[in-house]
Write a protein of this length. Structure first.
Ligand code: CA
Length: 224
């Protein structure tokens, strides 16, 4: 089953498509409202990700027309910050959920997963590596049973690392998946956040082996 991604900004579209494909979704793209409507009414998709401001036909109209045509595919609307007053019309038009830009890919993925009708992957809410555990329902992080306070960004970053544990992740990959699409994030920012995470999950546990590793010239890896 496929996802239809309707987003007219090429850079954002490519970035979301790549991220979803890494998560094993098949993705088809449309760049204007009419093309989106044609595709969505003639193909079966698991979820439609629909930007609001689109050429030819806006997202609310696409959504309304699809529902009039009895297309019940779950729709996740993407709205820009200033368009938040559209919230009511977004839900009125028959969309199932919406996400305000800019957002982190992890947030988009969570919403898409929530909307997919496929049986949930055997994915536990608790992610673990060694004696570190992260509960994605209540944002609790513990190492050796001791609670660790993380900011939201630190949490998203750590979650991304743990979901890809024992793999080397480049700074580009990290920025694409952990930061907002529209933010200009420098490699330096990634290094700073790696420092914050080390100070919280490795440094206070001196008798334990460090979990975050720098792989010179490549990036970072979490694991033993
Ligand atoms: Ca747009």
């Amino acid at each position: 089953m496929k996802i239809l991604l309707v987003e007219d900004e090429l850079r954002i579209s490519q970035s979301i498509k790549k991220g979803l494909e890494q998560e094993k979704f098949l993705v088809e793209t449309a760049f204007d409202g009419e093309a989106a409507f044609d595709l969505a009414s003639s193909n079966e998709y698991e979820v439609i990700i629909l930007d609001l401001m689109l050429p030819k036909m806006d997202g609310v109209s696409v959504c309304r027309k699809l529902r009039e045509d009895i297309v019940h595919t779950p729709i996740l609307v993407l709205t820009a910050k200033g368009e938040l007053e559209d919230k009511v019309s977004v839900l009125d038009c028959g969309a199932d959920d919406y996400l305000v830009k800019p957002f982190a890919f992890a947030e988009l993925l969570a919403r898409v997963r929530a909307l997919t009708r496929r049986p949930k992957l055997q994915e536990s809410a608790i992610l673990k590596i060694d004696d570190l555990q992260l509960d994605t329902r209540n944002f609790e992080v513990k190492r050796s049973g001791k609670s660790i306070d993380l900011s939201r960004k630190e949490f998203t970053f750590l979650e991304y690392l743990i979901r890809h544990k024992n793999r080397i992740l480049s700074k580009e990959q990290i920025i694409e998946n952990v930061w907002d699409y529209e933010a200009d994030v420098l490699f330096n920012t990634v290094e700073v956040y790696i420092g914050y995470l080390r100070n919280k999950i490795d440094k206070p546990f001196k008798d334990k082996k460090p979990l975050i590793h720098t792989v010179r010239g490549f990036g970072y890896r979490i694991g033993d």
